[in-house]
Design a binder for this molecule. Structure first.
Ligand code: B16
Ligand code: MG
Length: 225
């Protein structure tokens, strides 16, 4: 039986919908190559590091980018993304998230953010969310991106909690795979039509989600909160 001491959240698509800003920025870049980047294309980019996204974009557009050009293009995309998230408002935090993480913290649970994004700190600052996390691990802290478990293992290490006592919240397949490789339980966040393989349970979001009910559904009875 599991007992859960720590709760680890992905950022994009779980805490806030920054995916739409990544999408707009990638679409703008792809348009320069005459490629109509769709929301379906964007699904492949979720949870994937910026440079790995560049590799996928090269395949999609049928281009070959030299390393230097790849970095320049990724920088251009990132500057647009930063411009978009600079205009984000606090009401863009996904419904119910603040109430849910507050419930965890009141119950004594430890919390961490584990994101592939190198812009995670910027997003947290903009939305005044830093106060809710005991630890923040992002794309600047890890060398291997999801589906590698590194980001989740580092979060557990910094929280000083064993990995099997961590519960992860993730919206992307790469993130679910990473959490499972880290030997953690994972709640897949997404509408019922979204297929996330390997999640221990699926939830559409945090709105109305009650911690104790969720843990009961996961058969976690021996809860260290
Ligand atoms: P950046 P997450 C991920 O964030 C996004 O889902 C993914 O689309 C993005 O490419 C990646 O961060 C890197 O982001 O370009 O800002 O470093 O879902 O792991 O919170
Ligand atoms: Mg995500």
């Amino acid at each position: 039986m599991y007992d859960i001491e720590a709760y680890i959240f992905d950022l994009d698509g779980v805490v806030v919908n920054t995916a739409k800003y990544h999408y707009l920025a990638w679409k703008r870049l792809a348009a320069e190559f005459g490629y109509d980047f769709t929301e379906e294309d964007n699904e492949q980019f979720k949870g994937v590091s910026r440079m790995a996204c560049m590799d996928i974009l090269a395949v999609m557009t049928g281009r070959y980018f030299k390393d230097e050009e790849k970095i320049q293009l990724a920088d251009r995309k990132n500057n647009w993304y930063i411009e978009y998230i600079g205009k984000m408002q606090k009401d863009e935090v996904l419904p119910g998230f603040v109430d849910f993480i507050t419930e965890i913290r009141i119950a004594g649970g430890r919390t961490a953010l584990a994101s592939a994004s190198k812009n995670a700190a910027l997003v947290l600052e903009r939305l005044e969310l830093g106060q809710y996390f005991d630890q923040v691990v992002d794309g600047n802290d890890v060398q291997k991106s999801k589906p590698d478990p590194q980001v989740f293992l580092l979060a557990a290490k910094r929280l000083e909690v064993e990995e099997q006592k961590c519960l992860v919240f993730e919206d992307a397949q790469a993130g679910i795979d990473a959490a499972k490789s880290a030997n953690m339980l994972v709640v897949g966040i997404g509408k019922p039509d979204i297929q996330l393989k390997g999640a221990d349970i699926m939830k559409p979001g945090f709105d109305g989600l009650v911690l104790y009910q969720l843990l009961r559904e996961l058969n976690i009875t021996d809860v260290a909160v």
